[in-house]
Design a binder for this molecule. Structure first.
Ligand code: PRP
Ligand code: URA
Length: 236
């Protein structure tokens, strides 16, 4: 098999021994795309990709990777100076300028949510129900419920997979129509096609990915990918 090994830490580069011309290159290193280079994320992801990784282990690893991604996804959030009274004196510190809303795309985004909530327990949650039509690959909306105050929140859309990009774009537009201004997208695995679709449709929305994979297959699945994230998370 030509692409038997998955990524090195520098996931936008071809693994050693692989034909680099067939792998996403620097042209996908757009200003708003942030691909993780963290060794813990990549070792977790490697096991997650394995066909033999069972459901309970898959869920735990998705949760851990999500938590490991929180620092980079939130690294650029604006802060404000606030007073801070220690037991010894009055000093100053910072707080986030805006509250966080996490927006998982149902269903698979739910598996990604807990790891974010573990580190962001004050975040509120917007749920966006989308199901990708398996023939057309077009996402079909079935549910949307968001907390009030989206205008003044940092909204982080969560989905393990960015494949054609249709679901992420539909979710972000739904949130923007509901008032969200400050939106980013966090995914486990992105495809170059999905990144390009995001670039064309929503060029100002930052995308954070644990890994950037090679391409989509003819059925719209990411290669090497990890299969159907929702099915693996929920045993369907
Ligand atoms: C999967 C995945 C994304 C979407 C990605 O969901 O979780 O939401 O496909 O594909 P795209 O980038 O081509 O839109 P799916 O619609 O299969 O639903 P599920 O989460 O219920 O499994
Ligand atoms: N959705 C998934 O769950 N996996 C893919 O590879 C593409 C879309």
């Amino acid at each position: 098999m030509k692409y038997e090994s998955v990524h090195t830490a520098k996931s936008s580069q071809a693994p050693a021994g692989i034909d680099a011309s067939a792998w996403p290159t620097d042209r996908y290193e757009r200003r708003m795309l942030h691909v993780s280079e963290h060794p813990l994320i990549h070792s977790e992801l490697t096991r997650l990709r394995e066909r033999s990784c069972p459901g309970p282990e898959f869920r735990q690893r998705v949760r851990r990777i999500a938590s490991l991604m929180v620092a980079s996804v939130t690294a650029r959030l604006p802060t404000q100076v606030v007073p801070c009274e220690t037991p010894l004196e009055l000093t100053s510190g910072v707080s986030l300028q805006r509250p966080i809303v996490l927006a998982p795309i149902l269903r698979a985004g739910i598996g990604f949510l807990d790891g974010f909530l573990d580190l962001l327990p004050d975040a509120r949650v917007a749920h966006i129900g989308l199901a990708r039509n398996e023939s057309t690959l077009v996402p079909e909306p079935y549910y949307f419920k968001a907390p009030a105050g989206l205008e003044n929140s940092e909204v982080i859309v969560l989905d393990p997979m960015l494949a054609t990009g249709g679901s992420a774009i539909e979710a972000i537009r739904t949130l923007q129509d509901a008032g969200a201004h400050h939106v980013s997208l966090a995914v486990l695995v992105a495809s170059p096609e999905g990144v390009e679709a995001m670039e064309a449709a929503l060029p100002h929305v930052p995308v954070f990915a644990a890994a950037l994979d090679r391409c989509l297959n003819e059925k719209g699945y990411i290669l090497p990918g990890l299969g159907d994230a929702g099915d693996r998370l929920f045993g369907t």
